[in-house]
Design a protein around this ligand. Structure first.
Ligand code: CA
Ligand code: CA
Ligand code: CA
Ligand code: CA
Length: 358
């Protein structure tokens, strides 16, 4: 049964491939300008695990005191860390090998709403779900049971369908499988889930991000492309469009890793991708067909080392005060100069200025 719809989707993909690239050449012409340079404003404490450990991040915007917003970062060997905007670790949930993390506010649970933080847990192939206490900076597990997916989970993102006010998780595996799960209150104030669809992308995937307002999910096929999938996904006829592809046709220098969205009103904003093989970040229009706008690198300045080999990234357009008046970009840094891996914080204003974005 499973093999059937996978095969059908991959046939559909191949027959439309020529069309994808034809569109791509018009939408994202491949004249790659040199990346511009920006600098990190601050950095987090290093994760406690050695070697490759920090991976992905997410930002919670404090609606009352923006300068008390929080960053959640994965230590993919141990769990989830919560940091403040000064980069200090406030708490740590040592619950397993959390690879990618995402967040949605307004999740209805137990008669109230919570800021839902969820992550792919490679220890048991599950989805870990938490309520974030924004004042305390702590995570409380709200799983009704071990939310096992049955696959070797890897990349992860959340999606809120605003039309039906339903919440979903997308999770993928290194084999290129993607699953969508419906997340809901089990009636006892805990989160349970039910699978909606499963499909295949083609080869190894990881980074994903959903644009709730635009009803799309972006999926990074690490050595191949960033894909835009309209939602809902019909497994009998998978539709997708290439945002960008590997060099020399496009800009991706393997691997494409983290994906994140800078959201502005009326569907305006940017899609940002971590182009790991070139130590840079690619910026596209948020609106389809996601025109390419340029790329940037994060170089060392004022005692904060530069950023290389980035995995996961997260951005918010919310004004957080201080150095982040137009928002904050958080990126994993593959190599910190003074310790284990950590996360760097970059002012969106500096990126917008360097790339001459409106
Ligand atoms: Ca990866
Ligand atoms: Ca570094
Ligand atoms: Ca990664
Ligand atoms: Ca450093």
């Amino acid at each position: 049964m499973r093999m059937n719809f996978w095969n059908r989707s991959s046939v559909g993909f191949r027959t439309s491939l020529v069309g994808f690239f034809a569109v791509l050449l018009v939408a994202n012409s491949v004249i790659a300008a040199e990346p511009v340079t920006v600098h990190a404003v601050t950095e987090t404490e290093s994760v406690s695990s050695t070697d490759d450990a920090a991976d992905d991040a997410e930002i919670w915007v404090n609606p009352v005191e923006a300068d008390k917003s929080l960053v959640i970062g994965t230590d993919k060997q141990r769990g989830l860390a919560v940091y403040n905007l000064q980069g200090k670790q406030i708490s740590f949930a040592a619950d397993g090998e959390m690879n990618n993390v995402d967040l949605r506010t307004g999740f209805p649970l137990g008669g109230s709403t919570i800021a839902l933080v969820a992550a792919s847990n490679r220890s048991d192939g599950s989805i870990a779900v938490y309520a974030l206490d924004g004042d305390a900076g702590t995570l409380r597990s709200v799983a009704a049971r071990p939310l096992l997916t049955g696959i070797d989970v890897y990349g992860f993102c959340l999606y809120h369908d605003p039309t039906h006010d339903q919440f979903y998780a997308f999770v993928n595996s290194k084999r290129g499988e993607v699953q969508q799960w419906h997340l809901f209150d089990d009636g006892h104030g805990k989160v349970d889930m039910k699978r909606v669809v499963q499909f295949e992308v083609g080869s190894q995937v990881e980074g994903m991000v959903a644009d709730d307002a635009q009803s799309v999910v972006y999926i990074g096929e690490e050595k191949v492309a960033v894909w835009r999938y309209p939602l809902p996904i019909d497994v009998d006829e998978i539709i997708r469009h290439a945002v960008d592809v590997s060099v020399p046709v496009g800009h991706i220098i393997e691997d494409v890793e983290g994906l994140t969205l800078y959201l502005m009103p009326d569907g305006v904003g940017y899609l940002i991708a971590s182009n790991q093989g070139n130590d840079e970040f690619l910026v596209y229009e948020r609106k389809a067909p996601n025109g390419f706008l340029g790329s940037f690198r994060i170089e060392a300045l004022d005692g904060i080392d530069g950023v290389s080999g980035t995995d996961g990234i997260a951005v918010t357009s919310a004004p957080l005060g201080g150095g982040f008046a137009r928002g904050l970009l958080v990126v994993q840094d593959d190599e910190d100069d003074t310790g284990n891996q950590n996360f760097k914080y970059v002012s969106w204003a500096s990126i917008a200025e360097a790339l001459k974005l409106p």
